[in-house]
Design a protein around this ligand. Structure first.
Ligand SMILES: [Mg+2]
Ligand SMILES: [Zn+2]
Length: 212
């Protein structure tokens, strides 16, 4: 089965996670100063583009629901990551977020939804918008919910390992067996390139593969 798209988690795959000292938690960035792309992410996305794969972000972002940030800040993060990726010649086709949380303090976002990973709604929406089937997608994430959602949706899963605690969790998490394990998104993109090369050409006619 040739692959046609890569679905990416955001925090811990594209941008750094942040240690919020006040709350003692590792979480998404909440401020502009906290938002930083991880090394070689734009290059990794450009590589996936050049393999002829569509690329979408599918991410749980309950920060607004929990009162950590305003919608404008999330939009600023989007613009910043898109600008940095595009300036390196990469392209993101879609960004899809689940903004809900079952214990949200913002009433309109307090919901048990079908889009919050490990549910599959966000992945289904991305595949529909990219006009691909979920079995033609990789799901790349650094968390168990990413891998569970990817497995349930029938994607090929790639675990980007960053946090030791997640490695411990993954050993214990039942039914979670990532197809590939990568150090970071750049490594994941190279593993995907290997698989795609082994599976045969999937580039549309007229597009050439440019060596990174
Ligand atoms: Mg993550
Ligand atoms: Zn949701």
């Amino acid at each position: 089965m040739p692959f046609r798209a890569v679905l990416l988690d955001r925090d811990g795959v594209i941008n750094r996670l942040v240690y919020h000292q006040d709350a003692g938690i590792i979480d998404s960035p909440f401020t502009r100063a906290q938002f930083r792309l991880l090394p070689r992410v734009p290059e990794a996305i450009r590589l996936l583009n050049r393999l002829g794969l569509r690329v979408a972000i599918v991410s749980n972002q309950p920060g607004i629901a929990k009162g950590h940030l305003q919608p404008e800040m999330l939009e600023w993060f989007d613009r910043t990551l898109l600008a940095q990726i595009e300036s390196a010649g990469g392209h993101i086709d879609r960004i899809l977020y689940c903004l809900h949380h079952p214990e949200a303090i913002v009433p309109s976002l307090r919901r048990r939804c079908h889009c919050r990973k490990p549910q599959t709604g966000l992945l289904e929406k991305a595949a529909a918008e990219l006009k691909v089937s979920l079995s033609e997608c990789y799901m790349v994430g650094d968390g168990i919910p990413d891998l569970l959602a990817g497995t349930r949706a029938g994607c090929r899963t790639v675990f980007v390992r960053k946090w030791k605690c997640e490695i411990c969790q993954i050993k214990e998490a039942r039914h979670v067996h990532p197809a590939l394990v990568a150090e970071d998104l750049w490594h994941a993109a190279k593993l995907i390139r290997q698989e795609c090369a082994a599976a045969g050409p999937l580039l549309p006619a007229g597009r050439s593969l440019v060596c990174c």
